[in-house]
Design a protein. Structure first.
Length: 172
């Protein structure tokens, strides 16, 4: 079947077998290996991507189900590609040591980004609920929660600075 999927803002058209999983489409067809393949049973969450803004475990979504949809992967998180600008969630994971081995990290980042897009000031309990469908065998989750809170606070500070700058520009 021919499908067209917009991945990280770029359209991709491919002929695929109807049984091809979205995980394999991203990794094998598009060489986007940041989406990790862990279990094929929705258990680990390492393969989480956003499908039309909603976090999904790509090991249980057929590529044909994404036809006409927008898919965001961890490769698309960084802003200013090539300039080293990180998404606040990525920066938070670095700053607060929210990762160790890194295997679950792409899925955690994508789930966290979706959470902050929906709730810019989540409580630690809300963060834990959002990431509850993902397994991290290394961190104990505490630093992951701190990382997401760090990102939320950084985004709030950036919005406040932008609003202040805009307000001062209007009054001059």
């Amino acid at each position: 079947m021919e499908i067209t999927v917009v991945v990280n803002g770029r359209p991709h058209t491919r002929d695929v077998e109807p049984r091809l999983l979205l995980t394999h489409f991203l990794r094998d067809e598009l060489s986007l290996t940041g989406t990790h393949w862990g279990c094929d049973t929705t258990t680990c969450g390492a393969c989480t991507v956003r499908l039309d803004g909603v976090p999904v475990k790509s090991c249980t979504v057929l590529a044909v189900m994404a036809d006409g949809a927008r898919v965001d992967t961890v490769e698309g998180l960084a802003t200013g590609w090539g300039e080293g600008d990180l998404d606040p969630v990525q920066q938070g994971f670095m700053t607060c040591h929210g990762l160790q081995c890194g295997f679950c990290t792409p899925g955690m980042l994508m789930t966290s980004r979706a959470l902050l897009d929906q709730d810019p000031d989540p409580s630690p309990e809300t963060i834990r609920e959002a990431i509850s469908g993902q397994i991290c065998r290394c961190t104990g989750y505490e630093n992951i929660v701190r990382s997401v809170r760090w990102a939320a606070e950084a985004e709030q500070a950036a919005r406040a600075t932008a609003a202040s700058t805009e307000a001062s520009g209007v009054s001059s």
